[in-house]
Design a protein around this ligand. Sequence first.
Ligand code: NAP
Length: 267
Amino acid sequence: MGFLTDNSFNTKELDGKRVLVTGGTRGGIGEAIVKRLAHAGATVITTARKTPDELKASDLFIQADVSTPDGTTKIIKEVLERFGGVDILINNVGGSSAPTGGVLAQSDNDWQQAFETNLFAAVRLDRGLLPPMIKQGYGVIIHITSIQRRLPGNNTMAYSAAKAALTNYSKGLATEMAPKGIRVNTVAPGFTETKAAERLINRMAQNSETDYNSARQELMDSLGGIPIGRTARPEEVAELVSFLVSDRASYIIGCEHIIDGGIIRTI
Ligand SMILES: NC(=O)c1ccc[n+]([C@@H]2O[C@H](COP(=O)([O-])OP(=O)(O)OC[C@H]3O[C@@H](n4cnc5c(N)ncnc54)[C@H](OP(=O)(O)O)[C@@H]3O)[C@@H](O)[C@H]2O)c1
């Protein structure tokens, strides 16, 4: 396992793999990853705080808030009981709920919440799900970070700092786990037009009495423009993840993979 073979290029290259993707609902990047990896033949378990109607009877869904120790404990317990562990873990949940108003408007609680959601959730899930990976001598972990780990946002400084910490932790984990057959990498998306992003753009358009395209352009301009001239689709991020978790990426370890249409202009 872990070597490139002729079979690596078939569309069912993840056949037999057990995958956990956190936050795989509501039209976000996680949902696109769930669909892409299931398409490649994997058994994909996902989580969210709210159970979507179509997943109510599914044993491939776990309802939990990953930003709490109780939530991650529940996920680890259910995954171990139902599947004995996973081969691939995608720590996707993340985001910022801090108020606008700059760094002075951000309370201790805002900072704590940013780190619970964007760093500690991944640390706790990795810690709970690594032992069976180590035992079988095989595993892949992806941490979804953000270009904000390099480009701190005005109203999202705690989020940016937590993603920077996640990147640093991910590198250390990759080094420690590589000799045990486990590959760890990060994926750092830029502005990705998820369903939540669409809602935000619509709200901005309403507030400034403009249209959707102008509000989207305003957001793109606030990032200094996007050289490719458009936002990312969640499916594009999922495609990168599907490559990184496959044996086609068997020698890629401890790297940050930026997918941002060229927003980050520095090397
Ligand atoms: N979208 C972007 O432009 C962008 C850019 C850079 C990086 N990223 C990163 O990409 C990842 C995915 O972002 P996204 O924009 O796709 O998110 P999203 O559209 O807001 O989707 C979030 C998903 O995570 C779940 N979720 C949110 N908070 C949760 C919690 N505390 N516990 C459990 N589930 C939770 C949501 O379901 P419930 O609400 O039901 O819990 C939903 O399934 C994040 O790490 C984000 O930081 C996104």
